[in-house]
Design a protein around this ligand. Structure first.
Ligand code: ADP
Ligand code: ZN
Length: 628
């Protein structure tokens, strides 16, 4: 073992209390500790933080960490302090005096790690501070924020290139969990990391099961999903609007689910309280707009549900990635329908952004729609989107219950001609509801008023129910064979490519939606989700390790586990930090299995480092003893 690796391992064990490195961590850490630059791409929960925390402790000086997420920064610093590391942050939550004291300590060499918000770093004052420090390394977290096309773009990240010019001898490590090949190139380019070594791990999260179903009544579907499959478990539900968030949370609460609403309309204090309840208590479901979840690394979120369509695959993957960080089975569940497609397209068309941005946004949305409509393995589709080849996973809805397909050419022709005939007969276009009524031969007031019961397409689609027609229409919209005119009451119009289908030059394979009654039954069917260990993961390197899956099978003493959590709650309250920064659930579980009665055996528990042992050892052993 190289000397550097030996020292790194000692830090890992003594400070963080972990027995060994995860895939790539050792190489990354020794490379950075040796002065090299690195680009790290690891899935959420992969263990990115240690990749700069350990080298910062090995090298002289302070490790400067640029992080855009204030909440995450604070939790990380709290966790580091719990482990006995001299860490601080500088961000807008500090007053002038507190900030000055931290700057003084940094300059005096009294800190191991200093977390900085990017907007703070790139100011004159920020750079002047850096000039006064002995810097061990720069870590640039969430490095994909440099990408102007990405959904997390941050202007200040572009200015981080200055670090390479100003401090050429300080090693830099850029980290992200979301970056396709193009974004990776952009990171390397913009942060001047051409000489950096890249560590690109598989994006796969094998313990997450992906499921996307057709939306009919989203709240009822959601309630059924939670009640029948995840009752009493922690989860996040994403919805698009504040109103929908509040109504959904209320509906769940009325039905016995411990649900909370979360969105930007609440005060900072209310948001904080809700977030804390979610993190610290068991079985809380948060219904939120996308504002929730950034920088929360609660390990035991068992499901993430979307009742509205996300804008991009990146966003969807980031949000669903908040499930199952502990490696135990988790689910990403979504319902989506025709209205989602129409609404999201309209939002883009009506946005103030320039033409190029709108085009990019449409392309992102189309990729997301592709995921919804695909009949292939969802995971394969997702991984391919991020540039990774894999085999069908066996742990998504399409793998478990392959959807039926059919030659949809004729159905599409009927629908397209009906749109055409109605417009021709009346001199103006109509919306989806009316077109489907005409197809199905419904004599509604509007149909009779317009005389559409006398056109040639009236009743030619009676063989499908309205729901099935909406599914056909949705797929045609996705393929841009039909357009919705947002400027004119969402009427349907043919597009340039509709002709190819109408003339029979282009044939279509469509996903077969089951008639309503049958869909119910299949949705209710359950299969036991599997843990990360047994999931057929993709062929590429870097499997996510399994903290949540117990290695030894000593039974968990539930009463002891609860007593330990009670003790932890007290400590967390006293220190004013989230409970998991004191010790993770996984560590408490291990203690509740091993029942250590000596400091030596407690030290063997993963997550119990030297500082925690010294601080809490006696108290923990006391709790164990009291439960005998
Ligand atoms: P990321 O930033 O990649 O999402 P984190 O750095 O937050 O992931 O790590 C995820 C979890 O895994 C944390 O709880 C961390 O303490 C734990 N972890 C990281 N490296 C190891 C390791 N070598 N052994 C055990 N646990 C680890
Ligand atoms: Zn699959």
């Amino acid at each position: 073992m190289s000397d550097l690796l030996a020292r790194a391992t000692r830090v890992l064990q003594d400070v963080f209390g972990y027995p060994g490195f995860r895939p790539d961590q050792a190489q990354i850490i020794t490379h950075v500790a040796g002065g090299g630059d690195v680009l790290v791409l690891m899935p959420t929960g992969g263990g990115k933080s240690l990749c700069y925390q350990v080298p910062a402790l090995l090298r002289d000086g302070v490790g400067v960490v640029v992080s855009p997420l204030i909440a995450l920064m604070q939790d990380q610093v709290a966790a580091l302090k719990e482990a006995g590391v001299r860490a601080e942050f500088l961000n807008s939550t500090l007053d002038w005096r507190q900030a000055q004291e931290i700057e003084r300590r940094a300059a005096a060499g009294e800190l191991d790690l200093l977390y900085l918000a990017p907007e703070r770093l790139v100011t004159e004052r920020g750079l002047a501070l850096l000039d006064r420090l002995k810097i061990a390394l720069f870590a640039i977290d969430e490095a994909h924020c440099v990408s102007q096309w990405g959904h997390d773009f941050r202007q200040e990240y572009l200015q981080l290139a200055v670090l390479a010019e100003r401090y050429p001898s300080v090693p830099r490590i850029a980290l992200t969990a979301t970056a396709d090949a193009a974004t990776r190139r952009e990171i390397i380019e913009r942060l001047h990391l051409r000489k950096a070594r890249s560590f690109v791990q598989s994006f796969d999260r094998p313990n997450i099961r992906y499921r996307i179903a057709e939306k009919d009544s989203p709240r009822r579907q959601l309630l059924r999903f939670i009640r029948e499959e995840h009752f009493g478990e922690s989860g996040i539900v994403y919805a698009l609007s504040r109103k929908s968030v509040e109504e959904t949370a209320q509906m769940l609460a009325q039905n016995g689910v411990d649900a909370l609403a979360y969105h930007a309309g609440f005060t900072a204090v209310e948001r904080e309280e809700r977030q804390t309840r979610f993190i610290e208590e068991d079985g809380v479901v948060v219904v939120a707009t996308i504002a929730f979840g950034m920088g929360i690394d609660k390990p035991d979120v068992r499901f993430v549900a979307h009742i509205d369509l996300p804008k991009s695959v990146e966003g969807y993957y980031q949000e669903t990635g908040r499930a199952g960080r502990d490696g135990a089975p988790a689910e990403a569940w979504m319902v989506y329908g025709l209205a989602d497609v129409v609404q999201q397209r309209r939002l883009i068309d009506q946005s103030e952004a320039g033409e190029a941005h709108r085009r990019a946004a449409h392309a992102k949305l189309d990729a997301m729609l592709g995921l919804c409509e695909t009949v292939r393995c969802r995971r394969q589709y997702l991984l391919e989107y991020f540039g990774e080849a894999s085999a069908p996973c066996g742990n998504c809805d399409n793998c478990l219950e392959p959807p039926a397909q059919f030659d949809g050419t004729e159905a599409a022709q009927k629908l397209l001609s009906c749109i055409y005939r109605c417009e021709q007969a009346s001199g103006f276009a109509f919306g989806a509801q009316h077109i489907i009524d005409v197809l199905r031969g419904e004599r509604t007031d509007k149909v009779l008023e317009r005389g559409h019961d006398r056109i040639s397409t009236f009743g030619i689609g009676a063989d499908r129910d309205a729901q099935q027609w909406r599914a056909v229409l949705r797929q045609l919209l996705t393929m841009r064979l039909v357009a919705v005119d947002h400027e004119h009451w969402n009427v349907l119009r043919l597009t340039e490519t509709s002709r190819e289908v109408l003339t029979g030059a282009r044939r279509l394979t469509l996903r077969q939606e089951l008639p309503r009654s049958a869909a119910r039954k299949s949705e209710g069917r359950r299969r036991k989700p599997r843990a990360a260990s047994s999931a057929g993961s993709s062929a590429s390197a870097g499997a996510t390790p399994l903290d949540g899956v117990p290695l030894e099978e000593a039974p968990l003493d539930e009463a002891l586990f609860q007593a330990l959590r009670e003790w932890r709650r007290g400590v967390a309250r006293e220190h004013g930090v989230p409970a998991y920064t004191v010790l993770h659930d996984s560590s408490l579980r291990e203690i509740a299995r091993r029942r250590p009665l000596s400091s030596d055996s407690l030290a063997e528990v993963s997550g119990v480092g030297a500082t925690k042992l010294a601080r809490y050892g006696e108290a923990i052993i006391e709790v164990v003893r009291a439960q005998q």
